[in-house]
Design a binder for this molecule. Structure first.
Ligand SMILES: Cc1cc2nc3c(=O)[nH]c(=O)nc-3n(C[C@H](O)[C@H](O)[C@H](O)COP(=O)(O)O)c2cc1C
Length: 161
């Protein structure tokens, strides 16, 4: 499954001792009515169980300059935000600076999915800096980004809004 390319998102919340978060490649836009996003969390993740203690989360989709964040988030949970620039939203959720998009969402439903849990959340706010930011991608165990020359005109129909 390493060969499946994904975006890279930090799913996060703020707890008593500060921000907690984990990298997820499974983050996805799920529904527009209601507006739902979601990700698959591994049962073995200690951070997942901490996130599931919270009623809301931020989803920070990393940009192509955020490759060092991947290394930071492979480290101990207490140090993952230490070198990041982030702010606290009005809903008390961590927003990582300069993301492709940062989404604030509240718990919708939690569903079993084999050795993972599907976490669905309803979008309550979106922080979007504009179209010029490139996504960070993950493929075959390493970070990469999109190849500009492969771009086609933006689709007007049949694409996520
Ligand atoms: C690029 C990337 C994508 C990942 N995607 C997911 C994911 O979708 N779901 C998941 O549970 N873990 C995913 N992981 C692994 C978790 O980020 C990691 O296992 C977790 O933070 C483990 O640490 P913890 O036990 O301290 O929580 C991903 C890791 C990387 C590097």
């Amino acid at each position: 499954m390493r060969s499946l390319p994904t975006t890279v998102t930090v799913a996060a919340a703020i707890q008593e001792n500060g921000p907690v978060g984990m990298l997820v490649g499974s983050f996805a836009y799920v529904s527009s009515d209601p507006m739902l996003v979601g990700f698959f969390g591994d049962h073995r993740s200690r951070t997942l169980s901490r996130l599931l203690d919270e009623p809301a989360w931020s989803f920070n989709v990393l940009n192509s300059d955020h490759y060092s964040v991947v290394d930071a988030f492979r480290g101990p949970v207490e140090q993952r935000f230490a070198r990041l620039t982030w702010t606290r939203s009005a809903r008390d959720l961590p927003l990582i600076r300069d993301c492709l998009v940062s989404i604030e969402a509240v718990r919708h439903s939690i569903l079993p999915a084999g050795d993972h849990t599907l976490v669905l959340a309803e979008v309550v706010d979106v922080h979007w800096p504009g179209e010029s930011v490139e996504p960070l991608l993950y493929h075959n165990g390493t970070t990469t980004t999109v190849h500009r020359e492969c771009r086609s005109e933006p689709a007007t129909t049949g694409a996520p809004r």
